[in-house]
Unconditional design. Structure first.
Length: 285
């Protein structure tokens, strides 16, 4: 049986310390802040990121350099026979495409999963990969299962401010100004490829209700056949106190479900800003 290593990136929400606990490898995502490069959870903490975001620093996301990716893989392959690499969704970044092209040089020893997930849904894919590895599956078999299951997930997000959607060109300045005056909260969704508009409602109470209703509809509709295999998740860029209240609301609405939780990945956070909340559901392998 081949020895399989699992690699993901920090968009999964898995920290370096948690990665060590799990026995996996986490590639830190790079950010350019005021033209200086930082690495998530290495030289950039969540607190520092939001501090710089609040100070209107010039922040742009990047992807791990091919050199950094190859350096990590080479180190791992000295100890392991194969690697399963689970990057963030190919619809949200070119990280997956870059990793796939690099993997072509490794004669099948590195299997890159086009998983089309991010944050806690990507984290669940890592747990699924660990489970499959423990069952003795090869890297290519793990990739096959994860890609087959990739669309068995949904994410719904509500933002606290329209400032960052405007800054990123996702809404016009006029729409942002009107939305702010009317206290409009856009509910966004990620179902595989990209971040899309889902609904526009007034106020947080309506936004939360809209997200929970959407998850209920998914569980009873799209995922009705696998409802008993679904895991819920919640992610946030708000305070931990607000996040725990949100988690309680999810638990009250959907008792009996396992819930994964964690801060929303910084790559998403820089486009939506602080104060956001998300709820997700995903199939557990």
């Amino acid at each position: 049986m081949s020895k399989v290593a699992i690699v993901t990136d920090s968009n999964s929400g898995i920290t370096q310390d948690r990665g060590k606990e799990l026995g996996i490898y986490v590639l830190p995502m790079p950010f350019f802040i005021d033209e200086k490069i930082y690495y998530e959870d290495i030289t950039l903490t969540q607190e520092q990121f939001y501090e710089k975001l609040g100070a209107d620093s010039d922040i742009s996301t990047s992807q791990p350099s091919p050199g950094n990716v190859m350096e990590l893989w080479e180190k791992i392959l000295k100890e392991y026979d194969e690697i399963v690499c689970i990057p963030m969704s190919s619809g949200l970044s070119s990280t997956c495409a870059t990793a796939t092209s690099i993997a072509a040089e490794y004669n099948g020893r590195v299997q890159v999963v086009n998983n089309q997930r991010i944050s806690v849904t990507q984290e669940q894919s890592v747990y699924d990969a660990i489970h499959l590895r423990n069952l003795g599956r090869s890297a290519s078999e793990i990739k096959e299962v994860l890609e087959r299951e990739k669309f068995q997930s949904s994410i719904y997000i509500t933002v606290d401010t329209l400032k960052y959607l405007k800054k990123g060109g996702r809404i016009t300045p006029a729409a942002a100004a009107i939305g702010t005056v009317l206290n409009l909260k856009p509910v966004l969704q990620i179902q595989g490829e990209k971040l899309d508009a889902f609904a526009k409602v007034r106020g947080w109470k309506s936004a939360k209700k809209t997200m929970l209703n959407a998850i209920e509809k998914d569980l009873n509709g799209r995922f009705a056949d696998v409802k008993d295999q679904m895991v819920l998740g919640m992610a946030y860029t708000c305070s931990k106190e607000d996040a725990q209240e949100w988690k309680q609301e999810i638990m009250d609405r959907f008792p009996g479900y396992e819930i994964l939780e964690g801060p929303l990945s910084l790559s998403v956070a820089c486009h939506i800003g602080p104060g956001a909340m998300a709820v997700t559901c995903m199939k557990k392998v």
